[in-house]
Design a protein. Structure first.
Lengths: 193, 193
DNA sequence: CGAAAATTTGACATGACTCAACTGGAGTGG
DNA sequence: CCACTCCAGTTGAGTCATGTCAAATTTTCG
């Protein structure tokens, strides 16, 4: 039950809850254990849950027309992962969700979360704020993706997500940064000299 | 008062309102008229309002270390524009907001919007959904910015924002797409042949 | 009409990709 | 515990995409 604390610790600084609300929130979420490389969502599935990472490391990615993987996002403890568009519109997912490390994910059914929003207004607030922050961060990433060189992006990634870099293989970092593994390798060589 | 309808027409499909709520919402917003090139927010200002475009066309942009403009976003009728991070955290803005065409913007003070969220719960819902959609769209743009060629991005932009393309100068489109005006020019030449 | 701004064009430089070969380390089966 | 295989990572050559700079041309607007 320890992982449930992880969840509350992430919600409460943003949206404090009464004891009853806390119970309601916890009751709505269910834990799911994942092995390394286990899939949490496939392209084509309809995402039925909001998902909070209590432990471990996951990634979301899609396959392009050539079957190549492109990573959108990594997530570690305290992050939310999803194919949000699929979840929101209940259409088939574009993205895959997969555990990069063994993981524990807390999931809440869409219908239950909607009910929770009604019963526990701070949760609606919490998600609005989370979305706002995610949006801002994403905006930042968009600009940087288009305007910075791969080297600059890598240096930033390193500083910002030191921990993630140490937990995922290098070719996944390359994929996240939008460069080929070869190119990332040359960048690293250049930096370490 | 016509522009106030524009606002309600954008809120109600997502979050229906009672007559009283409608009044409360309208009362909170104040119109502001902008001339072409007039600034709505400067870098360094603290963004005090949420802003809805009732008429006209605006852009948000920032200046890099070389003083070059980079456009994040255009907005036309029915869009929201802001430096969201500044608004949310009440820190100095990174971005400028400027009218590209004469415009009418409906503004609501942050404190009033917060009060509105409490009094009119559908508004909190409306903004959560807006944020989610914006986030998803932004995620899309991030991926495409890093992985598609400038030509592909331009073709997409054209299809998706035909109207905006016709309302803003080409060098701003280039800026939005993250390419030099010269390069966009050669892309256009290539496409039209 | 004239000046300023926007766009086009071309030569050259650099960043990033592709492809192919090689290196080194982590499992795995004998 | 060794030998083998497989996969991640590195290296280098050649190529394409895009940037920089400079100049010419067109458009806009006072």
């Amino acid at each position: 039950m320890d992982y449930k604390n992880t969840l509350l610790q992430h919600i409460e600084p943003i949206a404090p809850l009464s004891e009853a609300e806390r119970m309601a929130v916890l009751a709505a979420f269910q834990p799911k254990k994942l092995k390394k490389k286990e899939m949490l969502l496939f392209k084509g599935d309809i995402s039925q849950h909001m998902r909070f990472i209590a432990k471990g490391c996951l990634r979301s990615y899609y396959l392009d027309d050539n079957g190549q993987e492109h990573i959108l996002q990594f997530g570690i403890e305290g992050w939310w992962v999803n194919d949000l568009y699929s979840y929101l519109t209940q259409t088939p997912a574009e993205y895959f969700l997969q555990a990069v490390e063994p993981a524990i994910v807390l999931q809440v059914q869409r219908s239950q979360l909607e009910a929770l929003f009604k019963r526990v207004p701070p949760m609606e607030r919490f998600f609005r704020i989370k979305m706002q922050n995610a949006y801002v961060a994403q905006q930042e990433r968009t600009i940087k993706g288009m305007r910075m060189t791969a080297e600059q992006r890598y240096i930033e990634f390193r500083e910002k997500y030191r921990e993630i870099e140490q937990r995922v293989p290098q070719y996944m970092v390359a994929s996240y940064l939008g460069v080929t593994p070869e190119h990332l390798s040359t960048i690293r060589k250049k930096i370490n000299s």
